[in-house]
Design a protein around this ligand. Structure first.
Ligand code: HEM
Length: 469
């Protein structure tokens, strides 16, 4: 019965939209649907969404609408549409993400809309370029601790090695020093549940939780972990100064602005945002560098010239040291360009004209950083790993290359972008300073299943590491 009434409502909605467009004599972009109501092109799209987008662009042109699982997604792939996505006032970030945020972190829409601006301003301040270098010392210390545990040599799956290093370092810096579990069973549980939550995040953001039992179990496990630990995080005092961690500052905003106890829910979101992209980007950067011997050699020479040749001293990494090693930053940015998020999204709030089509309000406007970064007009020889293309970017003025949109854009661009770059730079410096590394397998292909966030590797890749003498 419920299904029938939902179908009737959807059909009526579609008819109303058609009438709206007809009455105003407006023409929508070409629409890709399917013969099953509501599901639409859902199955085809879901099988390999990245490939679907590119095939649709070739078949239908630079703007097209995909109707799938009750949602209309209008993709823009060329200049005019990209400009509308990046600059128009008629498209809205908060309205586009409120539903996925509700599904993945159980934050009700009204609370999300009320708090978003304040939390964003706080994050931008804490993670912005003025305060960023406060994290350098702590990140270096945490990463040292993790690398020490690797011992003198070994062979590991590169992805799991990166997780082992970055999970604790990130959590201890952003939430509370010493918060990441240290006993083996708890560490294993954390890895297992965070990975399950991360892997299912895309489906969890679209489908009811009852259809995703394993994902839902891990989400609940992580929420319970936060629930138990929030009081501890709140009262923790930094040994060095009185500064608050990012999570503590977040809890302060929540306490001031609402009576709802949503600390665990926002904790879960921060955890996911801070790990889900930076872990695979570190994997791919190490992978790309190690499979380009001349780039690897130049990086090793740079590290030796700044920190000395042998990897025995416990080194500190300063802002000045990082400036002397620009190639490492270019390699990270070139990696992010090649493995950029599948899509970013905005909700259309008023009819907008793009290339003689009218995109109706209610549509999700979609931009694919992954495909924009593969357009040879913007990035010549787009499939090649060419870190030197980043020479042209004025990174000291905090500007990326034109049309680089991996961190989103506009008012709500990723507030963690500078921290992500800093964390990955230090991780790579320490790894290469202490260890001689090489890959034992070819770099795997990227999975085309992920639209939300950067691309994951499709298979295993082993790394061999040996302490430098
Ligand atoms: C290479 C790593 C990263 C990539 C590629 C990335 C990418 C993105 C993208 C594409 C968005 C959406 C922006 C938009 O639609 O305009 C975003 C949002 C966000 N990112 Fe990142 N991110 C990364 C690392 C981080 C880190 C390390 C943190 C945390 C410390 C973080 C925190 C956030 C938060 C909190 C938001 C939501 C902002 C809001 O609600 O307005 N990100 N990120």
């Amino acid at each position: 019965m419920e299904f029938i009434s939902a179908t009737v409502i959807i059909i009526l909605g579609c008819v109303a939209r058609l009438l709206f467009l007809r009455r105003r004599n407006l023409r929508g972009p070409p629409c890709i649907g399917g013969w099953i109501p509501w599901i639409g092109a859902g199955f085809e799209f879901g099988k390999a969404p990245l490939e679907f987008i590119e095939k649709a662009r070739i078949k239908y042109g630079p703007i097209f609408t995909v109707c799938a699982v009750g949602t209309r997604m209008t993709f823009v792939t060329e200049e005019e549409g990209i400009n509308v996505f990046l600059k128009s006032k008629e498209v809205n970030f908060e309205l586009a993400v409120q539903e996925p945020i509700y599904r993945t972190a159980s934050i009700p829409k009204n609370i999300f809309l009320k708090l978003h601006e304040k939390l964003y301003v706080m994050l931008k301040g804490k993670l912005g370029t003025f305060s960023l270098y406060q994290f350098t010392g702590q990140l270096t210390e945490e990463l040292h601790g993790q690398l020490k545990d690797l011992g003198t040599h070994g062979t590991r799956d590169l992805n799991s090695l990166v997780r082992q290093i970055l999970y604790p370092a990130t959590v201890n810096v952003l939430f509370k020093k010493g918060w990441f579990p240290t006993d083996e069973r708890r560490i294993r549980e954390f890895h297992q549940h965070f990975q399950a939550y991360d892997e299912g995040f895309q489906y969890g953001s679209q489908l009811p939780e009852c259809l995703l039992r394993k994902w839902s179990k891990s989400k609940k496990w992580l929420l319970a972990l936060f629930e138990k630990n929030i009081p501890d995080i709140k009262t923790h005092k930094s040994a060095k100064d009185n500064s608050l961690t990012v999570m503590q500052a977040m809890l302060d905003v929540l306490e001031m602005e609402t009576n709802e106890q949503k600390g665990p829910n926002y904790g879960l979101l921060l955890l996911w945002a801070s790990l889900s992209n930076s872990v695979p980007v570190t994997f791919w950067t190490l992978g790309f560098v190690l499979s380009h011997p001349s780039i690897h050699r130049t990086i090793m020479e740079g590290i030796s010239s700044v920190f000395g040749t042998a990897g025995k001293e416990k080194i500190e990494v300063s802002e000045d040291d990082l400036k002397k090693l620009p190639l490492i930053k270019w390699c990270i940015l070139e990696t992010i360009r090649l493995r950029a998020p599948g899509v970013i999204t905005r909700k259309v709030t008023k009819p907008i004209e793009i290339l003689n089509y009218t995109v109706p309000p209610g549509d999700l406007l979609m931009l694919s950083p992954f495909w924009v970064h593969r357009n040879p007009k913007y990035f010549p020889e787009p499939e090649l790993f060419k870190p030197e293309r980043w020479k042209k970017a004025t990174l000291e003025k905090r500007a990326f290359l034109d049309c680089f949109v991996a961190f989103g854009s506009g008012k709500y661009q990723c507030p963690g972008r500078w921290l992500a770059l800093l964390k990955i730079q230090i991780c790579i410096i320490l790894m290469f300073y202490y260890y001689d590394c090489n890959l034992l397998d070819p770099l795997p292909k990227q999975s085309s299943l992920h639209l939300v966030g950067v691309q994951q590797p499709k298979g295993q890749c082993r790394i061999e590491f040996k302490q430098r003498k």
